[in-house]
Unconditional design. Structure first.
Length: 151
């Protein structure tokens, strides 16, 4: 049987920590709450408040799947509390493809295809020429306000 290498052990520890933090229903509810996100992402909270999507929860656009969210969330808390990243000021990574897939889940559905076939047909064509929905649409964040984060 293969032994776990050091990376395997680290991965295991992260998963355990994630389960500890995210395992309980209460903890899960807490960590998908918009106010929880705002604790570390004040600028994004403000630009979201002013956006067309203020009634859509942060996590609806930013989820990359339950397990990934929990592991990534634990990692983010670690990076923040150990001072390695200041989420309010430091440049953050972006995952536009995943975000765009979440847009599709709400806006390009079978039900909408039935109701508005031409809307879907046009969008299929748009997507042949654009990498993500955000090429043409403002995201969940009002642009002017979000830009103020990084002068
Ligand atoms: C304890 C502080 C903290 C909390 C709470 C927090 N984040 Fe983050 N967030 C971070 C840090 C640190 C990074 C940078 C991670 C990196 O460098 O990989 C980040 C990165 C991000 C990014 C950009 C990269 C990515 O993973 O997509 C998004 C989007 C994001 N967070 C959304 C959220 C949402 C939504 C919530 C609430 C469910 C949330 N964050 C809660 C600290 C936090
Ligand atoms: C309608 C979808 C949508 C909603 C709702 C939404 N966002 Fe975003 N967010 C985006 C898009 C699109 C981007 C651009 C980058 C990307 O695709 O990852 C982004 C970027 C971010 C980033 C990275 C910022 C940077 O500096 O690059 C963070 C952090 C973030 N959002 C947090 C939040 C938080 C916190 C909330 C809730 C208060 C929220 N988002 C609500 C769509 C959304
Ligand atoms: C959880 C479901 C959900 C997700 C995810 C979501 N949206 Fe929306 N979107 C809505 C709702 C609700 C509205 C407001 C009501 C409406 O006009 O349908 C809206 C409105 C819009 C509008 C019309 C706003 C206007 O100009 O009047 C556009 C365009 C849009 N969304 C694009 C996006 C894009 C791009 C993403 C991904 C970054 C996204 N949406 C993610 C639910 C969602
Ligand atoms: C090449 C540019 C382009 C791309 C890429 C694009 N759209 Fe659009 N979108 C438009 C235009 C133009 C309209 C208005 C005319 C129409 O319906 O085609 C629109 C309309 C919409 C509307 C209706 C807005 C309203 O006011 O009723 C929604 C929702 C929407 N798009 C969501 C999306 C989503 C989700 C994606 C990614 C899958 C996306 N769009 C990608 C150009 C684009």
């Amino acid at each position: 049987m293969r032994r776990f290498g050091p990376l395997g052990i680290i991965a295991l520890l992260i998963v355990l920590l994630a389960l500890l933090l995210g395992g309980g229903y209460g903890a899960h509810q807490l960590t998908i709450n918009n106010h929880f996100c705002a604790a570390c992402h004040a600028y994004e909270k403000t630009s979201w408040d002013q956006s067309e999507h203020r009634q859509v929860d942060c996590i609806a656009c930013h989820t990359k799947g339950f397990a990934y969210d929990k592991i990534q969330g634990t990692r983010k808390v670690w990076l923040t509390v150990t001072g390695q990243v200041n989420p309010h000021n430091d440049p953050l990574p972006r995952y536009p493809e995943e975000t765009s897939e979440n847009c599709v889940d709400c806006h390009i559905t079978d039900a909408i295809a039935e109701e508005q076939p031409f809307f879907i047909a046009r969008h299929n064509r748009y997507m042949e020429h654009a990498p993500t929905c955000m090429a043409c649409h403002d995201s969940g964040h009002e642009r002017q306000l979000q830009r103020m984060k990084r002068p």
